[in-house]
Write a protein that binds this ligand. Sequence first.
Ligand SMILES: [Zn+2]
Length: 136
Amino acid sequence: MWIIFGWEKEQKPLGVVATTYCYDCRRSSEWLVSKESEWVTLSAIRVFRFILKHHLHCTGCSAVFPLTQAEFKQIDRHMRQHESIDGTDLHGSLAKTIEAEQLAGKTPLQLKFIRESMAAQEQYKAAIRSQNDQSP
Ligand SMILES: [Zn+2]
């Protein structure tokens, strides 16, 4: 009988864990964690899994960041008792990584445009807030 060696790659979304600004989407976006594994199969039966990686994906675009095993464990532990990791130290450090990586490829002109459009968005939000405060 034939034994067919195969190779299977699987990526499973685990769920949304954080909300943070995405510089590719240019808005506050939800980010989800996925689990990626690769399997060696024998006649279509999975016999051996040897890669397990976690990624953080923007739900609004194709932005994706690898998570270290330590980062994933921290997220996993936190998510058992909370709705998200928003406001945690880890959230802060992931947001910084995302910002640094996404802005790294931009030209000074693009950076200026991004900063200006973010400032304009903030001003717009503040204007709406003060309008709401004034209305009875
Ligand atoms: Zn995005």
